[in-house]
Design a protein around this ligand. Structure first.
Ligand code: AP5
Ligand code: MG
Ligand code: ZN
Length: 214
């Protein structure tokens, strides 16, 4: 099963993608996580990506597309994968389609996790992330067992650099301009499904499972 997660920053793409990956036993591929891992390791890619990410802007397509196209051809992707945060522009979606066509494959679902802008700013201020294992929490709705500490790996939890309110607003603007057109793009392909992302996390997941089948 090959799935794309669409949705505004903070809509819950990562939260849901991790659960989908677990249930259907497919890799979770998050371009944001890949960039953050590169920033942490101080790679060239990380240095370039950071300039854009800290401003709430998209990393250029030429740094993003090849990375994903290579990733989805690795062995662990043979049974499918869930893409989180990619594609984010029409050129990225076209690059993905072109790569899949060459491989004789196509995407099965694009799931839009729909959350209005008003809810987003709140969520982001409360998000805490583990930069070691990628787990995500929220200080109110999904708190870790011990404040500031990752349940999974015991590492320290941090506020992401791009979760400051001004940057969140910028990311939302970028989303509406560059990413939202993908909803039309996948509607035309007949694979778009929408879920109400304002529900509690478990209910959002149940709606997704209903779409994908148990
Ligand atoms: P990326 O890491 O993809 O960030 P994003 O799209 O802005 O989305 P987030 O990760 O912030 O939110 P999410 O939807 O995953 O929500 P989450 O599950 O964490 O990208 C970061 C940056 O990298 C971009 O700005 C860009 O610069 C660059 N980049 C990445 N991919 C790129 C690409 N393809 N092209 C170009 N540039 C790219 O949930 C948010 C919070 O809400 C959490 O605290 C969570 O616990 C909580 N929560 C989740 N679900 C619920 C719920 N149902 N109810 C209540 N709280 C909930
Ligand atoms: Mg995410
Ligand atoms: Zn962790």
């Amino acid at each position: 099963m090959k799935i794309i997660m669409l949705g505004a920053p903070g809509a819950g793409k990562g939260t849901q993608a991790k659960q989908i990956a677990g249930k259907y036993n497919i890799p979770h591929i998050s371009t944001g996580d890949i960039f953050r891992a590169n920033i942490k390791e101080g790679t060239e890619l990380g240095k370039k990506a950071k300039e854009y990410m800290d401003q709430g802007l998209l990393v250029p397509d030429e740094l993003t597309c090849d990375l994903v196209v290579d990733r989805i051809q690795q062995d662990d992707c043979k049974g499918g994968f869930v893409l989180d945060g990619f594609p984010r522009t029409i050129p990225q979606a076209e690059a993905l389609d072109a790569a899949l066509t060459k491989l004789g494959q196509k995407m099965d679902y694009a799931i839009d996790v729909d959350v209005p802008d008003e809810n987003i700013v709140n969520r982001m201020g409360g998000r805490r992330a583990c930069i070691n294992c990628g787990a995500t929490y929220h200080i109110v709705s999904i708190p870790p067992k011990k404040e500031g500490v990752c349940d999974t790996c015991g590492n320290e939890l941090v506020l992401r650099d791009d979760d400051k309110p001004e940057t969140v607003q910028k990311r939302l603007n970028v989303y509406h301009e560059q990413t939202q057109p993908l909803i039309d793009y996948y509607t035309k392909q007949g694979i778009l499904k929408s879920v109400d992302g304002t529900q509690p996390m478990e209910d959002v997941f149940a709606s997704i499972v209903k779409i994908l089948g148990a």
